[in-house]
Design a protein around this ligand. Structure first.
Ligand code: 1HE
Length: 268
């Protein structure tokens, strides 16, 4: 299925395709600290629904300016003064966007700087790999704003840090930063500077894997977490049946057999 993604059709996301198949996707509302309004969520749905079919090999997800994302657009939400049913539907579109990210089969590497808060942390936690630096901080200020999470934090943030830490973050407004943020699971990589460069290098590395293998890594693992162990093992066997017999994998297996392929070595 050939699908095209036209960067000119996007207003709130800056899309930059690269020759190596990596696409840089930047939430581009720095005047609002990249807060997410319904229009931006629709663009995320559009991009991540099409990415795999448009040949996107991997994605660097970033925020314009000094902050990754300030979460829900609180001004828009205040002005809209929605009925409960209407905000439920807003949240369902957030879930659509973030599920397309997590289950879409294309590796998403988040380059996190500054505030990664509220819905911004929900966005970040839908990526497959998170990279932070010394400027990065994580919080769920919904508790103090009289709100609650609506974009999947109860699933994904609790999954990353555990139930008790998430409850503490929300009750106390606790902010995680620095090495502690890595230690509790909010990011997998921390760099001193050039968080974008590190995220890009990781996205390029992921893009070297076979697309079907990346599809399995970036959809099957998440799906299997939702299954019983018995069903997950069965599904894993089915996925491995498809992936591990794909034609392009034979070349890689042959390279191992003839000793031309790189061996696994410890790195610094
Ligand atoms: C915004 C937003 C926003 C900034 N919605 N407009 N999220 C929050 O509670 C985070 C709220 N934001 C902040 O705490 C701070 O703005 C930041 C720490 C992110 C950045 O601080 P700073 O000093 O760099 O910027 P600022 O001066 O606070 O804001 C600059 C502008 O961005 C300002 O607009 P201006 O017109 O006065 O210049 C802010 O109004 C605007 N701005 N954040 C709208 N979030 C599906 S449910 C999800 C639930 C949630 O996500 S709750 C939201 C949690």
């Amino acid at each position: 299925m050939a699908v095209t993604l036209d960067p000119a059709q996007f207003e709130n996301l800056l899309l930059e395709p690269r020759d190596d198949g990596v696409w840089v996707v930047t939430v581009n509302r720095p005047h609002k600290r990249n807060a997410l309004d319904p229009a931006t969520i629709e663009e995320l749905v559009e991009f991540f629904s099409k990415a795999r079919f448009a040949g996107v090999k991997s994605v660097v997800l970033a925020g314009a300016g000094d902050h990754f994302c300030a979460g829900l657009d609180l001004i828009e939400h205040h002005d809209a003064d929605r009925a409960p049913e209407d905000f439920m539907h807003v949240c369902l579109r957030w879930h659509e966007a973030f599920n397309k990210m997590e289950y879409g089969g294309v590796p998403v590497i988040a380059a996190l700087q500054g505030a990664v808060v509220g819905g911004g942390l929900e966005l970040a936690s839908s990526a497959h790999v998170r990279v932070m630096d010394d400027s990065t901080y994580f919080a769920l200020p919904e508790g103090q704003r009289g709100l609650f999470t609506g974009g999947g934090a109860t699933i994904r943030v609790a999954d990353l840090v555990g139930k008790a830490r998430m409850i503490d973050m929300m009750l106390m407004g606790r902010v995680y930063h620095g090495q502690e943020a890595v230690d509790v699971g909010l990011a997998q990589y921390k760099v001193d500077n050039d968080v974008f460069g590190k995220a890009l290098a990781l996205a390029q590395r992921a893009a070297e894997n076979l697309p079907l293998t990346n599809f399995a890594i970036c959809s099957a693992i998440s799906h299997m977490q939702n299954m019983s162990a018995l069903d997950a093992a069965y599904a894993e066997a089915v996925v491995a049946g498809v992936v591990n017999t794909q034609a392009p994998a034979r070349e890689r297996l042959a390279a191992f057999a003839d000793k031309s392929a790189a061996r696994v070595r410890k790195t610094d």
